[in-house]
Design a protein around this ligand. Sequence first.
Ligand code: GRF
Length: 205
Amino acid sequence: MSIAVFASGSGSNFQRIAEVAQQDRWPEPVSLLICDRPGAKVLSRAEKLLIPAYSFVPRSYPSKADYEKDVLALLEKYQIKWIVLAGYMRLIGPTLLQAYQGRIVNIHPSLLPAFPGKNAIGQAFSYPVKVSGVTVHFVDEGMDTGPIIAQVPVEIADDDTEETFTKKIQQVEHQLFPKVVYDLITGKISCPDHLYRNQSKGENQ
Ligand code: GRF
């Protein structure tokens, strides 16, 4: 059994987790990258790390369920137990949620529930808050709403720009995310079903 990372963009978190897993010889390796944006930088990172990568075009499918059925077939082929969302810019639908509930985690660059969704760093800057941070959480059907596993605050200094603050966030992410994923695959943390809110709403897609 192993880990699949889903990503849409640069893939620095994917690279970091894959490198730590390889270096530290995790019992369950990162063995698959799923990308929903052909040409994304994360694909070249996967190539360098010799990790199989599959690039999908979700809008070419008649529905999200059809897209996710193809992804699911691939996850089964690679015997994937865990899904790690690292900059995957798409909500997970019922097809994948039902198969992987409690085994999907996401990283988000804010202290949830503040600033969910896109451009969380920009949202924190324009609010403006003095502290934001990083959250890792289990994934449910909502936008950045699942049970929280870990949070690290990051102060926004008076002289920070969005760019300098983004670098601080990335440094924290690259420390925190591999640690949480390792704890997950080794059973140190898990998600009891009752922690999921809105259980019954999972079907509506
Ligand atoms: C990270 O900031 C993560 O929190 C958010 O998307 C970004 C992905 O960055 N969900 P990268 O592609 O891993 O560099």
